[in-house]
Design a binder for this molecule. Structure first.
Ligand code: SAH
Length: 240
C-alpha cells in the first residue's frame, strides 16, 4: 500500500475521484480514503496546511495503515528564479526554513536528530520525475500559459509561513542558497517518514513565484490546474 498526502482538498480531489475507495476512516479530524488506484492499494488523506497538521496526519497514516511508502503532492512557491509557474519540483531533500535553535544547535538542524536536511527516497523520486516529464498539459493548464513545464530536482524548504513578497523570498534565498521551492508541509512529512524508516517522495507544482502576486497566482492555480498534475504524479508513483 502507498500513502498519498496533500495539504488542501483541491490538491487531492482529482486523485480521490480517480481512486476506488473501500472505506473512509475518520480520525483526528482527517478523512483517510482507503482503497485502490489502478489496482494498487492506496490510502489518501488531506492533511490541512502547516507542519503540525502534516506531521500528525502522516504519523497516523503510518501507524494505522502501515504503507510501504508515502507520496506527497501539492503546490509550492518558486524561490529559484529559473522556476516558472507550472514547473514541477521533486524534492531530493527537505529542510525546515523556520527551525532555528541557535545557539544550542546550528540553524535549521533538527534538535537531537542531528541533521537539517531530510533525504527523499531516490527511486520513488525518480518515478515522480519521470511522470512529471511525461505530463502533457491539458487545455485548462495550457489556458494559464503553461505549455512546456520543466522538471527540477533539489532542495525544498518548508515552514509555517506563506511567502508572498520579494523581500521574504530574497531572505530565504540568502539563508538557504540552493533552495528551489517553498511550501508549508513537506519537511514535516519527511521528518515523520525518516524517523519511522518509511520511504517517501514529495512532488510540488509551482503555483506562484513567492512574490507579491503569489496569493492571486496560487488561488488561480489551485482552482484551475492542480488536478491533472496531481493525477499524473500519483499515477507515476504507483506500480512497482
Ligand atoms: N490562501 C490559502 C492558504 C494557502 S497556504 C487559503 O486561504 O486556504 C499555501 C499552500 O500551498 C500550503 O499548503 C503550501 O504548502 C503551498 N504553497 C504554495 N505557494 C506557497 C508559497 N508561496 N509560500 C508558502 N507555501 C506555499
Amino acid at each position: 500500500m502507498i500513502g498519498i498526502v496533500s495539504a488542501m482538498p483541491e490538491e487531492l480531489a482529482a486523485v480521490v475521484e480517480a481512486m476506488h475507495a473501500d472505506e473512509v476512516v475518520e480520525y483526528g479530524g482527517r478523512r483517510y480514503y482507503r482503497g485502490h488506484y489502478g489496482g494498487e492499494p492506496v490510502v489518501c488523506v488531506v492533511s490541512r496546511i502547516g507542519k503540525v497538521a502534516a506531521a500528525t496526519t502522516a504519523t497516523i497514516l503510518l501507524e494505522r495503515f502501515s504503507p510501504r511508502a508515502l507520496v506527497m503532492t501539492g503546490l509550492a512557491g518558486g524561490v529559484d528564479e529559473r522556476l516558472a509557474i507550472g514547473d514541477v519540483v521533486i524534492a531530493d531533500r527537505l529542510i525546515q526554513h523556520d527551525l532555528d535553535a541557535r545557539p544550542l544547535f546550528p540553524r535549521h538542524e533538527i534538535p537531537l536528530l542531528g541533521i537539517a536536511e531530510l533525504p527523499a527516497d531516490p527511486a520513488l523520486s525518480t518515478k515522480l520525475a519521470a511522470a512529471a516529464s511525461r505530463f502533457a498539459p491539458p487545455a485548462e493548464v495550457v489556458a494559464l500559459g503553461i505549455t512546456a513545464p520543466r522538471v527540477w530536482r533539489g532542495l525544498v524548504a518548508s515552514g509555517d509561513q506563506f511567502f508572498g513578497s520579494v523581500e521574504a523570498s530574497n531572505a530565504l534565498r540568502e539563508a538557504l542558497p540552493g533552495v528551489l521551492a517553498v511550501e508549508m508541509e513537506g519537511a514535516a512529512v519527511a521528518q515523520v517518514c525518516y524517523e519511522h524508516g518509511v520511504p517517501f517522495a514529495i512532488a510540488r507544482v509551482i503555483s506562484d513565484t513567492a512574490n507579491h502576486a503569489a496569493a492571486v497566482d496560487f488561488a488561480r492555480f489551485l482552482r484551475d490546474a492542480c488536478g491533472p498534475y496531481a493525477r499524473a504524479l500519483v499515477e507515476g508513483a504507483l506500480g512497482s
